[in-house]
Design a protein around this ligand. Sequence first.
Ligand code: OGA
Ligand code: NI
Length: 370
Amino acid sequence: MADWPEPVVRVQVLAESGLAAIPHCYVKPPCDRPAAHELGNRAGGGDADAAHDPSSTSIPVVDLGGDDENIAEAVASACREWGFFQVVNHGVRPELMRAARDAWRGFFRLPLPAKQQYANSPRTYEGYGSRVGVEKGAILDWGDYYFLNLSPEAVKSPAKYWPANPSNCKEVSEEYGGEMVRLCERLMSVLSVSLGLDETRFRAAFGGGGYGACLRASYYPRCPQPDLTLGLSAHSDNGALTVLLDDDRVRGLQVRRRDGHWVTVHALPNAFIVNVGDQIQILSNAMYKSVEHRVIVNAENERISLAFFYNPRGDVPISPAPELVTPERPSLYPPMTFDEYRVYVRKNGPKGKAQLEALKGQGGAITENN
Ligand code: OGA
Ligand code: NI
């Protein structure tokens, strides 16, 4: 996996070339395309027929300024129903949120050569990228991204892999990352408590303080045929928790609701969108599921988002917490370290939830060892 199987094309370059039809390699099979009613996705737009639109109900809001019991209840219900929620009163300064988004918007607006010097490879994914997965001839997504490691220190290389331009990008990303870690640690305690466990339980299972943290800034250019493609294919996040800072004007994230419908997320101003990843599904023995989500694009506006991934330590085997394993609810997953899991999922690119499902059924033999 030293390099990509085909020459890398920046979606931004394609979009800016003014083509009227997208190349074939971005055209999704009909079953994966967004429905026509889902494409009116600008903030303030597309709500006229909300009453008839199955995608108009939004994900629950959790007020982190409330009392602990209410927070745990709200989180438990959101995780059971949706696997997604938005948090408000989270304590992160709106100026920092804006600065982080602006810095990354500034990066994507640089001329191509300034970005190409950070071109990534499938070996680490760190840097400027335009695809996930190394399958030759794969159908690609309509988006570019920048991926960087924030923690642990050993894998962090700001001098080499983080953009030197805009000049505040490194500093802002560092501060933003620190705030995200603080928020995720709080959310990890809330998740533990919401399942009736001690507040430190989840954190301990993921390796104590030795978490991993990464940032993915995504840039979804305007697309002349948004009805044929996706900005990011359906997937679940492979880590523990994801905290997404959405674009302040343009919507695009969709969550698969339990009835199978895709629901477009309408983020409140200054809220973060939180979802549980595959590792929490494994640790909670599927009490909480990592839910599929995807990104739709549109013809009028580019969109930018910042996804922060909070991951377990790479080398601790993760399996269902014994407290959540009972004879009626046997262990569903075999132990696997996050490092092993990540190699396993990255080889294939986004595949909905098929990869986690494939691990199931290998869990039975493990229960005795727990
Ligand atoms: C992701 C993701 C959503 C978005 O990066 O895993 O789901 O809106 N991003 O960019
Ligand atoms: Ni995701």
